[in-house]
Design a protein around this ligand. Structure first.
Ligand SMILES: C[S@@+](CC[C@H](N)C(=O)[O-])C[C@H]1O[C@@H](n2cnc3c(N)ncnc32)[C@H](O)[C@@H]1O
Length: 299
């Protein structure tokens, strides 16, 4: 495992991913009943933006730093509020030196009676993660394959909560592993909220993941179309060479408020975080009208 998130923490892809995570968790905390947050690929929890990795690859300057510096319209501020408060909590003296990863975002939102289960396979990162939350009674961190852990962890005792699946996806077959894990998880716990992150790098593979999952949910598991929401952001032309140009999430059982928040957020993010020609965004159900018509014809 060569992937180190410290080189990418706080980039444009993290901003969208973590803003969505924060909105979903905040919505779940509107009910008093306890919830469980499960993070299959947790990383180290919080990233030091003054570290050697962040200095050598300052992707955060084109992500979180730009968002913090920009003037934010009211609707954008509202949609970003839960994530912004996690960023501010990690930077109490107002200088951006730390970036909250998904476990830290969750830790800032969960209440004392909620629970958090973190899996991380990289040995050193896993130790760092465990140390970070050692005094937080809500958290259990495990050095464990997050995909394999899912069948043991689902459904959680609380029967309410969110599963974040955020793999490195540096290899093509990882998308297949995520698709398999998605089906296992959703069969075991169909009512949980899920966030699947994937890069827009190999567009064929990501489209196959998205529409495969959405079609399976809609046509084989009888999910309503509004239970699948895909949000993507690209900061330059997706065909352009070089570093990652686009990424996004597929949400399953998202809160009903998420679509409106993302409609306010995505156009602003694509303008604010653009790195060249061809930046853009999309928000849809991961199944196009054409696919639905084809399926009706086939049925
Ligand atoms: C994209 S990073 C996660 C970032 C984190 N979710 C966040 O938002 O702050 C992916 C992480 O997955 C870890 N990893 C890779 N394969 C794994 C597996 N099968 N199970 C658990 N962790 C894995 C990597 O070591 C890396 O830390």
């Amino acid at each position: 495992m060569n992937y180190r998130h410290a080189f990418h923490a706080g980039n444009f892809a993290d901003v969208l991913k973590h803003a969505v995570l924060a909105l979903c968790l905040t919505h779940l905390t509107r009910k008093d009943k306890a919830l469980r947050y499960i993070d299959t690929h947790a990383g180290i929890g919080r990233y030091d933006l003054t570290s050697d990795e962040a200095r050598r690859s300052p992707e955060w300057q084109g992500g979180v730093a730009r968002v913090m510096d920009a003037a934010r319209p009211e609707a954008v501020e509202a949609a970003l509020a839960p994530w912004l408060s996690a960023v501010r909590a990690a930077n109490p003296d107002d200088t951006l030196t730390a970036y909250p990863g998904s476990p830290d975002v969750a830790a800032s939102i969960l209440r004392p009676h909620d629970r958090m289960h973190l899996c991380e396979l990289h040995e050193a990162d896993c130790r760092t993660l465990d140390q970070r939350y050692i005094r937080d009674a809500r958290v259990k961190a495990e050095c464990r394959d997050g995909y394999k852990a899912l069948s043991a962890l689902l459904p959680p005792r609380e029967r309410r909560g969110l599963v974040m699946i955020d793999p490195p996806l540096e290899q093509r077959d990882e998308m297949v592993a995520m698709a398999r894990a998605a089906r296992v998880a959703l069969e075991r716990w169909p009512t949980g909220t899920y966030i699947f992150w994937r890069p827009l790098k190999d567009l064929w593979a990501s489209e196959r993941f998205d529409s495969g999952l959405a079609q399976w949910l809609l046509f084989e598991q009888d999910f309503e179309p509004e239970k699948v929401l895909r949000a993507d952001l690209w900061v330059r032309d997706l065909e352009s060479e070089g570093k990652l140009a686009g990424a996004g999430v597929v949400g399953v059982n998202p809160p009903h408020t998420l679509e409106a928040d993302l409609l306010a957020l995505l156009p602003w993010l694509s303008e604010t975080l653009a790195q060249g020609e061809g930046a853009g965004w999309r928000l849809d159900g991961a199944v196009t009208d054409e696919t639905l018509e084809l399926d009706e014809d086939a049925g």
